[in-house]
Design a protein around this ligand. Structure first.
Ligand code: SAH
Length: 213
């Protein structure tokens, strides 16, 4: 992928700035993190298009704009501790890490954890990918300045809110009907703000017991 920087620049202009993401640090992260490294080999040529892409295991890597918007909503500052639930390819974790955050990312599918670790190593970006069900959060490293849920949920678990710092923020796609979610930004004090409608794969309750490889 020799021309990926040009494709990333176009992605940022046409898909992300055009939809009103303004945070310069987020825009740089979207330009600089090589998305093609995080998608499966047969999708590499589509890595920068305006779509979610299949990750295998019936999961998807989110559309670039949604990654950018959720990252912007988190107001990330360097040195913050962030918990991600739904690690997938490791791409969202990489974007957060590029912004200087220390990232713990939980993923229920063992095969995806293995691949995400490889992807992060290939991109030379550090984040902790952990094979674990996300419903209980990750008390081992709590409290977190930010929590990001990257799979659709019916509601925000109190366990997650309990793992936030006093000024903490959580962003999640919350179901508003059978087919559609909406991005919710919830402050530790319970204050809510709603943003874009979106579509995510669901957060699942049945943790995979065996590694697939
Ligand atoms: N943020 C990812 C994409 C997330 S897709 C990226 O940047 O690529 C949603 C992910 O949530 C899938 O990989 C799915 O396996 C995972 N998931 C679903 N239920 C989960 C659970 N209970 N705990 C942890 N991860 C879960």
């Amino acid at each position: 992928m020799d021309n990926w920087k040009r494709l990333a620049e176009l992605m940022v202009e046409v898909q992300i700035i055009a939809r009103d993401v303004k945070d310069e640090a987020v825009l740089s992260a979207m330009r600089e993190v090589p998305r093609h490294v995080f998608v499966p080999e047969d999708c590499v040529s589509d890595a920068y298009i305006d779509r979610p892409l299949p990750l295998g295991e019936f999961q998807t890597i989110s559309q670039p704009f949604i990654v950018a918007r959720m990252t912007e909503l988190l107001s990330v500052e360097s040195g913050m501790k962030i918990l991600e639930i739904g690690g997938g390819s490791g791409y969202q974790a990489a974007v957060l890490s590029y912004l200087g955050a220390v990232v713990w990312s939980l993923e229920r599918v063992g095969e995806l954890v293995a691949r995400a670790k490889n992807n992060l190593a290939a991109a030379d970006i550090k984040a902790h990918m952990i094979w674990k069900d996300g419903f209980e959060g990750y008390p081992e490293e709590a409290p977190y300045d930010r929590i990001i849920i990257t799979a659709a949920v019916d509601e925000i678990a109190q366990t997650w809110m309990d793992q936030l710092t006093e000024n903490g923020l959580l962003v999640a796609p919350v179901k508003v009907s059978d087919q559609v979610e909406r991005l919710l930004l919830r402050k530790k004090n319970g204050e809510d703000k709603w943003f874009e409608y979106c579509r995510f794969v669901p957060l699942m309750h049945d943790i995979q017991k065996e590694r697939l490889t």
